[in-house]
Design a protein around this ligand. Sequence first.
Ligand SMILES: C[S@@+](CC[C@H](N)C(=O)[O-])C[C@H]1O[C@@H](n2cnc3c(N)ncnc32)[C@H](O)[C@@H]1O
Length: 167
Amino acid sequence: MNATSSDDKWATGGAYEAFMGRWSRRLAAEFIRWLGPEPGLTWLDVGCGTGALASTICSLADPLSVVACDPSESFVEHTRGRITNPRVSVVVGGAGHLPKSPRGFDRVVSGLVLNFLPDPRQSVEEMRARSCAGGVVAAYVWDYAGGMGFPGFLGRGSRRGREGEGS
Ligand SMILES: C[S@@+](CC[C@H](N)C(=O)[O-])C[C@H]1O[C@@H](n2cnc3c(N)ncnc32)[C@H](O)[C@@H]1O
């Protein structure tokens, strides 16, 4: 989980889709089924890339809303052009500047991102801070250390306690 590939590039949505998107979409579906596709929730997708996870949330979890963010403007532009569901907003932003919601998000999720962040622990804490009371933070990464084989789920969901209860 801690290993990082400095060879990964994601400047162009089309290239990413051809290289990785076809796998990350399959993985996103497994993840949402594992997490439990409860309908009517608000979601934050951190590091949305070309929208694999955000679009899967729409197709499997019938969300109230999805905010998908990525620091790459070209990915955001690409994803805006592909996801037309009005419940989805795609915005520029990343760890350190995650979008906020007044009541917090029910689900804060991230696919194939955490190991690329300079301080994943701090980023997970930021994700937790963006979740609502009783919300869930969950993420997955490729198992680079294990040869980047098709992964099992590497991040366990953590349910945030009600305000003042801790987690
Ligand atoms: C391997 S891609 C995963 C994209 C998508 N979630 C998926 O499952 O296909 C990694 C993504 O992390 C994004 N990223 C890089 N630095 C980030 C940061 N500081 N905060 C959030 N996302 C970041 C990249 O722009 C890229 O879209």
